[in-house]
Design a protein around this ligand. Sequence first.
Ligand code: SF4
Length: 394
Amino acid sequence: MLLQLYLHFPFCKRKCFYCDFCSAPADAGTVAAYCSALKKEICLTAEKYPGAKVSTVFLGGGTPTLVPGAQMRGVLEELRRCFDLLPDAEITAEGNPGTLSPQWLEAACACGLNRLSLGMQAAQDRLLHAVGRIHTFAQAREAVTMARSFGIRNLSVDLMSGLPGQTLEDWRGSIEAAAALGVEHVSAYSLILEEGTPLWRMVEGGSVRLPDEELAAEMYERGVTWLEAAGYARYEISNYARPGFRCRHNMGYWQGSWYAGLGVAAHGMLPPDASQAAQGAVRIRRANTERLPDYLHALGAENRLPPAEITAVDRQEAMFETMMLGLRMTDGVAERDFERLHGKALLQVYGPALDALVREGLGAWSLGAAGERRFFLTPRGLEVQNEALMALMP
Ligand code: SF4
């Protein structure tokens, strides 16, 4: 069985104003205890899936680059000891330009890190400051140079549009700055105002204004054009890459690969055991507890996997998930892959709904390189993806 691994590091130096991810500042003792627990979880998970070959590893957060190099090395060594990593495994870490250090890179690269995804977000310091990012654009540039000096040949940056005070020119400037850094991959997200975050309170209180809907939509549209003009081909709603540099780990999520999520609040999608399968489950969603004390207690004192919410996914839901995730990609869903995953023809399950999407100009068919038929969302379909997917809802 091929397996992908996601490892969550829930620590940040300071919370960004828009963030509602599971992350918080922590003292050195907590970080050390967490890394010990994570090593235990790695080991217990590997025992559950003997013989699994790991094709990708993603260290996300939070801020993995905040974990001291020696502790990160310990986690990655444990991962290599317990799991069978394929020789060409893609090993990515998210990095905050404000915390990346040569010591960290040295430790991670010694354990096979070969891809870094930097949270650059914008090229204008006033915009970074406005959303509470801890770094400047100059630090993002230094982080790229540092990563290159450690031999990282696969670099990505995250960019955000819709920031408070951001103009169209700023957005274009950020895209051009990312391209000038020579990175191989760009993830371009629109800011989502999450209820309860400090930014949400600022906007509600009237002290901060976000770009209006019209400007935000123009940023989205122009962003696609500017990124493609800079040599980054769009391959998913928010992701762009130079040839050969698509993120294999994220592609796995969208293509329905098995993955285990390790760490507090991490999510996984795994095969059912015999009794779950007998009750109709074809996939199992596992979401680890978001409570750090519970996570540490289970893996420490109790020596068992952390508490988790387990959800059985039946065939009907799994087929919808294949479409929902697969249609995020510009390549869409291949008839052949759908049938291989579900034992049913794509047209048999979704024929009328796909016809309707074609009629509305939201979807279309293409022939893949190997002659297979693929259904994909058009650029307009991608823009209104949620609306387009309603047609496929079970
Ligand atoms: S660095 Fe990332 S995870 Fe941490 S607070 Fe900022 S957005 Fe959230």
